[in-house]
Design a protein around this ligand. Structure first.
Ligand SMILES: [Zn+2]
Length: 286
């Protein structure tokens, strides 16, 4: 699960084209209701309980301050708390693929986020997911330096590429990345958990969930998840706000599809996938 609210997305905050420079500027200027996250997060917890599933929640660290008790309630249910950045800021420019911050700044911010989440959850935070999946090899080196044990941001597919790094040889199963790279390397202290895809004669369709759950539907996701699980462990994810029933405030350019499609449909798709996976026996080879 990626736990962020509507204003964390790049069209509203913390990207080169956002309405507000960052989340701090957003809160300085926004005096209406902002919490569209707590209610769907509670439904995610209920859903997981119903299917007896434990998940990893990659949480934006400023959620701890702005949604008192939310991270604590996720941790109390026995789920893992991981890090989704301090303020969901893009670390790499989505267009030029150039870094937007230095490795030193990234380490400082991310260590701060790790400590905030550890204090709230009472757990050691071991995992990281890059905001907007904008990841580079240099970021993995930084994460290793500050004590993270794994990252889960790499998505190999034939439709889009969020990085300018080569993903040659990477598939849907966990691997050790080479230093300064996203390609496979020798064993080290950080592991990468890449996302699921469906390989159709060499054409790779992303089926890890998230926005693709809206665009491609549940059957395609399930097909890709089952195929990926045959290769070994893989990743399926969504955001609690993907299943929000309410419309978010209409600000920011280039808003994503979840502004337009109803959360109850996405919720049904997730239920279908969980139900099908629960009733299928998959022999993992990895
Ligand atoms: Zn995110």
């Amino acid at each position: 699960m990626d736990v962020e609210d509507w204003y964390h997305i790049p069209s509203v905050c913390s990207s080169p084209f956002s309405e507000y420079r960052d989340v701090d500027e957003f809160f300085e200027n926004w005096d209406s209701r902002y919490d569209y996250l707590s209610e769907p997060t509670q439904r995610v917890l209920d859903l997981l309980e119903r299917f007896d599933v434990k998940a990893t929640f990659f949480v934006v660290a400023d959620i701890v301050e702005n949604y008192p008790g939310l991270v604590e309630s996720i941790a109390e249910k026995g789920h893992e708390i991981a890090c989704h950045g301090l303020h969901h800021q893009c670390k790499i420019d989505p267009k030029t693929k150039e870094p937007l911050i230095t490795p030193e700044q990234f380490e400082k911010q991310t260590l701060k986020a790790k400590k905030i989440l550890e204090k709230a959850s009472g757990q050691e935070v071991k995992g990281y997911r890059a905001p907007n999946a904008l990841i580079g090899g240099w970021m993995l080196d930084c994460l290793e330096n500050i004590g993270f044990e794994y990252d889960s941001s790499v998505c190999v597919n034939s439709l889009y590429n969020k990085t300018d790094s080569s993903l040659e040889g990477v598939s849907t199963t966990p691997y050790y990345p080479a230093k300064g790279s996203l390609e496979k390397g020798k064993p080290r202290d950080i592991l990468e958990h890449p996302w699921a895809y469906y390989d159709f004669a060499g054409f790779k369709v992303p089926t890890s969930g998230g926005p693709m759950l809206r665009f491609l539907g549940a059957r395609m996701m399930l097909k890709g998840l089952k195929q990926s699980l045959k290769r070994g462990n893989t990743v399926f994810y969504f955001h609690p706000i993907d299943i929000a029933y309410e419309k978010f405030p209409q600000i920011g350019k280039g808003r994503p599809m979840y502004w337009a499609i109803k959360g109850n449909m996405v919720e049904k798709r997730i239920e279908y996938i969980l139900k099908e996976l629960k009733s299928t026996h998959i022999d993992c080879l990895g």
